[in-house]
Design a protein around this ligand. Sequence first.
Ligand SMILES: Cc1ncc(COP(=O)(O)O)c(C=O)c1O
Length: 386
Amino acid sequence: MDYLADRMGPLGTESAFEVLAQAKGLEKQGKRILHFEIGEPDFDTPAPVIEAAKQALDDGWTHYVPAAGIDMLKEAIQEYIERDRGFRPESEQIVVTPGAKPIIFNTVMALVNPGDEVILQDPGFPIYGSLVDFVGGTIKAVELKEENEFRMTPDEVNEQISPKTKLIILNSPQNPTGGVLTKADIEGIADICEDNNVHLLTDEVYSQILYDMKHYSPAVRDQCNERTILLEGFSKTYAMTGWRMGYGVMPKELAKRFTQLNINTISCTSAFSQVACATALRMDQSGVTDMVAKFRERRDVIVNMLNDVNGFTCLKPEGAFYVYPNISGTGMISSDVKEVLMNQVGIAALPGTAFGYTGTKHMRFSYATGVETIREGMEMIQKHFN
Ligand SMILES: Cc1ncc(COP(=O)(O)O)c(C=O)c1O
C-alpha cells in the first residue's frame, strides 16, 4: 500500500480483536467456540446508568459539550478520586475521553519524542508499545517474572532508566497477568520517577477489580500535579465497554494539551453518556462488589482447573479478570497452543505473544464469562491435553 504515509508502518494493534474475528469466522462455518479471548465483563451495564442515559437524551444532552468534559461528570470524578484515592483533583486536571484508550494515545503523543525511551511491563497491554513505536520512541521492556507474581520491581525499573527515559507506564492490576503491584513496588517506582524527572502513566482501569489487596495509586504522591497521569475508565468497573467512556487526571498544563488533542480528533465525548457516567460514579456501588465476588468465584474455578491440565501451571492472580498460565509443559509455544485450542478444542484464547516478546510460554484466558462456560471450556482443554 504505497499510498500510505510512512508513519503508519510501525503502528501495531491489539490481537484480541483478530482472534475474536477468527473465532467468529469458525462460528459462521457452524463450529462451536467458547470465548476466553475478550477482555470485557459479561454483565449488563447497571440499570440506573441506562436510565440516566435515557433521561439525559430526553433532557436534551444531544449537542456538543466542552472538549475536556462536562462539569457534572468532572465533579463526580473529583468525588470518586477523593473517595477512592484520597485526594481531590481540580477540575482543570481532568480530561474525559471516549474510552480510556485515548488517554494512552494522548500521553504518548504529548510526551514522547523520537528516540525517547519508555519503560513498560512485558507482557503488557499491547497499545502502549504500539503507540511508542508509532511516534518513534524506544521501548524499554521490563520482563515480568512468574516467580515475582508478575510484578515489576523498582530494581528492574532502575536497570532500564537512562537519561533518555521520558515516561514509565504502569498497569496494576495488570492485563494480561492479573498481577498487582504492592504499595512498596509503587512507592519505589514513584521515587524513581521523581529522582529522574520522568513522567508516569498509571493505567488503573482495573482498580476496582481486586480480590484481597487494596488498590494503591502512585497518583497520591503528587496528586497528578507534577508528573503523574492517572488513567481510569468505565468499561471494566461498570461493564460499559461499548459506551466508550474514560478519563485522565493529570497536571493542568498537560490537561490543556490533552484537551487540544481532543479538539483535533473527537471534538468532545458523547454528552448523554457523560451524564450517565456521573450516575455510575455516584450510585450505590454494591453492584460492583457483587460483580467482583462473581469474578473471584470464576477465578478460583479457572485456576484450579487449568492446574489440572497436563503441561499447564497457573498462578492465582490478585486482580483484573485474566489468568496467564504457563504452558511450557506442553512442549509447545503459545502461538501453537492458541491454534490447537481454537481449531481442535473449540476454545478462543490469546497467546502470551499478543502482549509482548516474552509471551511464548504463556496463554491469556479472560474469565469474564459464566462459571458454567468456564467449567465446560476447561474440561474440554483437560480432555485434549490429559
Ligand atoms: C490495561 C488496559 N488499559 C486500557 C484499556 C482500555 O479500556 P477502554 O478504552 O475500554 O476504557 C484496556 C482495555 O482492555 C486495558 O486492558
